[in-house]
Ligand binder design. Structure first.
Ligand code: C5P
Length: 400
């Protein structure tokens, strides 16, 4: 039994694929999972709660109130209880509600209270799946860290053939089992990750910053935490947030603050990934008042910041892994290798501004991982989440 002791919320919505949810429920229970079904009103039109309750051995939850007056179904308790929430099938309407926080039913309120990872298996007609609103909602849900189990291409209830069929229950079961077996492989390890830009203050309203969005560093932090590690994420100012509860976000603004936090946390870490785009220079003087218009020219005097990666490289012990990034525009490989050696890194991740779809702001990246032994692994352009998987695999190969 591969899911012994795991607590799963199975959310079922109003799609013809709801009949497959019964099979999925049976498979989850057979593997030892404790499953609580939460179904929408429309879901009940497709499959009866009696079937689901018989299969799960628990009353099915649908509304905010229980069968007897005066009993309130606590979505908060339920959201905290679960190790995983799986919404299968997820209709276009439920996806939209989840993406936009429209918490008008028990399923969406439970989703919004859940602290655990959420897996979503959409099911709908091909045109609905291909509609920009659905695609946008799926992107939003992905940005929350939810895992989308892509629908398959095949025959649909409408008689049409296309993408929109809910993935088969057996396959969904394997994805869930995979998640739990992977989950523990970095259990007990702690990592430090730096992410995002730094802002170097010029005066009370101005700063020197850069285009880093933090997406790559956050994806690495999520991937490490998703595999059981505790992560201290020292983050510059970004507009994204961390999802996994094993990630402790330490917010900083300047290179100096990032230096101090990184130095404080590194000694307790098994490794660190330096993903932040740290300012190399900072103003010598911060003006106390907003500098007014009227000057003809304004020369700012800058001084170098401290190199955090270098400082960690200097104090690194034999049991610690240190990885850095190199963002290059020319002589990429040569420069990256030089940086790795100089900063005493175990490996360096090279990305080039010359590659379309790589580096700043975008959701994709194209990397080369260069190891201390000069071994070079070239990767295709992928989503930053997938790139994070490759980087974490490299870390695991060195640490486990
Ligand atoms: O030397 P360069 O800035 O290109 O090196 C990039 C690597 O060093 C990245 O991993 C970056 O996070 C790290 N770095 C740092 N502190 C700095 C500058 C860069 O940790 N002040």
């Amino acid at each position: 039994m591969r899911l012994e002791g795991k607590k799963i919320i199975l959310g079922i919505t109003g799609s013809i694929a709801a009949y497959k949810a019964a099979m999925l429920l049976r498979l989850l229970v057979k593997e030892g999972a404790e499953v609580q079904v939460v179904i929408t009103a429309a879901g009940k039109e497709f499959i009866t709660p009696v079937t689901l309750s018989a299969l799960s051995g628990k009353p099915v939850i649908s509304g905010f109130f229980g069968a007897n007056d005066g009993i309130w179904n606590s979505h908060v308790d339920l959201g905290l209880w679960a190790d995983l929430m799986l919404v299968a099938p997820a209709t276009a309407s439920t996806l939209a509600k989840m993406a936009n926080g429209i918490a008008d039913n028990m399923l969406v309120t439970t989703y919004m209270s859940a602290k655990c990872p959420v897996f979503i298996a959409p099911a709908m007609d091909l045109d609905m799946f291909a509609h920009p609103s659905t695609l946008k909602n799926l992107d939003v849900l992905k940005s929350f860290g939810n895992v989308i189990i892509e629908p398959a291409v095949g025959e649909l209830a409408s008689g049409l053939t296309g993408k929109g069929r809910m993935e088969e229950p057996e396959r969904i079961l394997e994805i869930v089992v995979d998640y739990f077996s992977l989950k523990g492989s970095l259990k007990g390890k702690t990592f430090l990750v730096t992410a995002g830009p730094t802002f170097e203050k010029i005066d009370p309203v101005r700063f020197i910053g850069n285009y880093s969005s933090g997406k790559m560093g956050y994806a690495i932090a999520e991937q490490l935490a998703g595999q059981g590690a505790n992560v201290v994420l020292v983050s510059g100012p970004v507009s994204i947030s961390a999802v996994n509860s094993r990630i402790k976000v330490v917010k900083v603004e300047s290179a100096d603050e990032m230096f101090a936090e990184s130095m404080a946390h590194f000694p307790n870490s098994d490794g660190a990934v330096m993903c932040a785009a740290v300012a190399d220079f900072t103003p010598v003087m911060v003006e106390n008042y907003k500098t007014k218009r009227g000057k003809s020219n304004w020369a700012l005097e800058l001084k170098p910041t401290r190199d955090i990666a270098q400082a960690l490289g200097n104090i690194k012990t034999e049991n610690q892994i240190l990885a850095g990034f190199a963002l290059e525009t020319s002589d990429e490989l040569e420069n990256a290798v030089q940086k790795m050696v100089k900063k005493n890194l175990d490996f360096i991740v090279l990305n080039s501004l010359n590659d379309k779809g790589a580096c700043f702001q975008v959701d994709t990246n194209k990397i080369t991982i260069i190891g201390k032994d000069n071994n070079q692994q070239f990767f295709e352009l992928k989503s930053k989440k997938e790139v994070a998987v490759d980087i974490v695999e490299k870390i695991k190969s060195l640490i486990l």
